[in-house]
Design a protein around this ligand. Structure first.
Ligand SMILES: Cc1cc2nc3c(=O)[nH]c(=O)nc-3n(C[C@H](O)[C@H](O)[C@H](O)COP(=O)(O)OP(=O)(O)OC[C@H]3O[C@@H](n4cnc5c(N)ncnc54)[C@H](O)[C@@H]3O)c2cc1C
Length: 380
């Protein structure tokens, strides 16, 4: 049976893409090598930050506004809460990329915010212990999503709208011709007019052209038992991003797992093969995040409750790849979200459906095109 679109990979981006395609009336086949959801890719660990003040680039803000709307629609559709607003802190030295970028996006997009010094931050959110030469931008719309539940909600909506979703089925190879795309898995072969690849850390196994543009990297998250739990409760503590001499940390109030959750971007800078990555967490992993907890969140410095390994997929400039395959206009790709993509899954699903069904989108995605990399041009 031929499909309109095959979606390869049903994690964060792929489940949303399958849902938006099905909503637009396309006949969709979604193929996932593991379960929905699972803990072997990039979208597990109970919580993901969503924030409107976007230090990475102000152009993300219009996408974020639409992402928030779509997450709320998905909540209504699923009948469960997926998005929690806690307020968010972007902290660092006044001239750090985090603080400057956050303030720039607030100014350009007229986002409500206030700027706090270390002492006023500690008065408002006593869990923080920031050095006096650091500042914090507080933006009230930030919060967190429940990634596993978001994936289940998108997949369930896609199925209700007629999409066929297969789990435990790995795509081994694909080919395009004048009439569409052929996909071979470890179970069967399929035909479709078009294909969208949302394979996360496995992207380059299916698209060798992306070998240097979508590079998997091992990450580790920790949850610790706070010594003063009331300082890290939901309602008392915001999500945060913090650029400090040790690196860039991010974290959450207690939710789901009874501990303070924190991670460090690019953890130990370990490139990884997602099929062979070390998924155990070791004392060396704990030491990296402990350094941040001890210095900046001493009231959270109790024993570890849990640690989990996860995968980033990084592009060279750490902006996403949302585009057609170079030289193969029936195929589009969404990947290399470089450790900050989950919050966008809802709107990326909409964008990918626009691209593959209409050939274009109303959103400005120029900065996510493959043509920005000298090694590749634009496909369609
Ligand atoms: C520790 C950590 C913390 C993060 N924190 C944040 C945060 O706070 N906020 C935020 O916005 N983002 C955050 N991110 C980034 C965000 O989680 C990712 O950008 C996002 O989850 C990527 O989604 P994805 O769909 O690309 O990948 P995935 O969700 O991993 O999906 C890819 C899917 O493709 C499947 N697949 C691959 N190859 C095949 C194949 N050949 N056949 C069939 N299926 C295949 C995989 O099994 C997988 O299910 C974080 C990431 C990590 C690792």
């Amino acid at each position: 049976m031929a499909f309109d679109v095959i979606v390869v990979g049903l994690g964060g981006m792929g489940s949303a893409t399958a849902c938006h395609l099905a909503r637009r009336g396309a006949k969709v086949l979604g193929l996932e090598q593991f379960d929905i959801p699972h803990e072997l890719g990039s979208s597990h660990g109970v919580t993901r930050i969503i924030r409107l003040a976007y230090a990475e680039h102000p152009n993300y803000v219009p996408l974020l506004r639409r992402a928030y709307e779509l997450w709320r629609e998905l909540e209504d559709d699923a009948g469960e809460r997926l998005l929690f607003i806690t307020g968010g802190i972007d902290a660092g030295a006044p001239d750090s990329a985090t603080v400057k970028g956050s303030l720039e996006s607030c100014a350009i997009h007229h986002l409500p915010h206030d700027v706090l010094d270390g002492a006023s931050l500690a008065r408002r959110f006593p869990g923080f212990r920031l050095p006096s030469d650091m500042v914090a931008v507080h933006q009230p719309d930030a919060g967190f999503l429940l990634p596993e539940r978001c994936i289940v909600a998108h997949a369930a909506a896609a199925r209700r709208l007629g999409a066929e979703l297969h789990t435990g089925e790995r795509v081994l190879e694909w080919r395009n011709d004048d009439n569409g795309v052929s996909v071979k898995t470890d179970r069967a072969a399929y035909r479709a007019n078009k294909m969208i690849v949302t394979a996360g850390a496995w992207m380059r196994t299916l698209l060798p052209e992306l070998t240097d543009l979508a590079v998997p990297e091992r990450q580790v998250l920790i949850w610790t038992q706070p010594l003063r739990p009331e300082r890290f409760e939901l309602g008392a503590f915001p999500v945060f991003n913090m650029e400090v001499p040790e690196g860039r940390f991010y974290g959450f109030p207690v939710y789901g797992v009874p501990g303070f959750k924190i991670g460090k971007y690019h953890h130990r800078r370990e490139q990884a093969d997602p099929d062979r990555m070390d998924r155990e967490c070791h004392p060396e992993d704990e030491a990296v995040v402990r350094a941040g907890i001890r210095r900046y969140f001493p009231d959270a410095d109790g024993p570890a409750i849990a640690m989990k390994a996860c995968l980033f997929t990084n592009s060279p400039d750490e902006h996403f790849i949302l585009d057609f395959h170079p030289g193969c206009p029936q195929v589009a790709v969404a990947s290399a979200c470089s450790g900050h993509g989950f919050k966008f899954c809802s709107v990326v699903g909409e964008i990918m459906a626009d691209l593959i069904l209409d050939g274009g989108t109303r959103f400005d995605i120029d900065m996510f095109r493959l043509s920005r990399f000298s090694s590749l041009g634009r496909g369609g």
